[in-house]
Design a protein around this ligand. Structure first.
Ligand code: 5GP
Length: 190
């Protein structure tokens, strides 16, 4: 059976982490969530090799020069990238892969792998105000980071127009069901 790459993006604070965690809990048999490399410092509770591979700037740069990334991008002052090798290995294991990445990287993936399916998780309503509320509620970032992430969010919403699907996260259960339906349809299981 053909395995697919699904790319999921959404602005910071849109709740995509929760949507994805639930989706993965229900679909772990067929899907694997890709583990990216990042130069960002781990947040409390994050584990190297589980949430990310935490690397130095030099290590990241070296991997870029050696063409090790399927895609990479700078986001809010840090670098993030998906290793080609990780994707190759998981396909060989017979799994569908989910990349949870920002929009510049997602559009790079689409160029290299047009068969990849891009899903954007959008905030309900007008968008940016609701996002600001959630980012502040999360209480994990300082003011400067919040402002930078809001600016990024506006750009991301604009790029979402190039995605295959936009799923509005107005309700957790509904959003998960919609993503499950999209994956079933794209995998030809509908
Ligand atoms: P965070 O620092 O909150 O974990 O992630 C910040 C942003 O980087 C999120 O939008 C996340 O989806 C994105 N991101 C995580 N891993 C990758 C990656 O490998 N490539 C790209 N392009 N973006 C990533």
């Amino acid at each position: 059976m053909n395995k697919k790459l699904f790319v999921i993006s959404g602005c910071s604070g849109v709740g995509k982490g929760t949507v994805l965690k639930e989706f993965m809990a229900r679909n772990a048999a067929n899907f694997i969530l890709s583990v990216s490399c990042t130069t960002r410092k781990p947040r409390q509770g994050e584990v190297d090799g589980v949430n990310y591979f935490f690397v130095t700037h030099d290590e990241f740069e070296k991997a870029v020069k050696e063409d090790k990334f399927l895609e990479f991008a700078q986001f809010a002052g840090n670098f993030y990238g998906t290793k080609k090798k990780f994707i190759k290995q998981k396909f060989e294991e017979g799994l569908n892969i989910i990349l949870e990445i920002e929009t510049q990287g997602a559009l790079q993936v689409k160029k290299k792998m047009p068969e990849a399916v891009l899903i954007f998780i959008a905030p309900p309503g007008a968008g940016v105000e609701e996002l600001e509320k959630r980012l502040r509620g999360r209480n994990t970032e300082d003011e400067e980071t919040i402002q930078r992430r809001l600016a990024e969010a506006k750009i991301e919403l604009e790029r979402s127009k190039q995605y295959d699907y936009v799923v509005v996260n107005d309700d957790l259960e509904r959003a998960i069901a919609e993503i499950e339906e999209i994956t079933r349809r794209e995998l030809g299981h509908a």
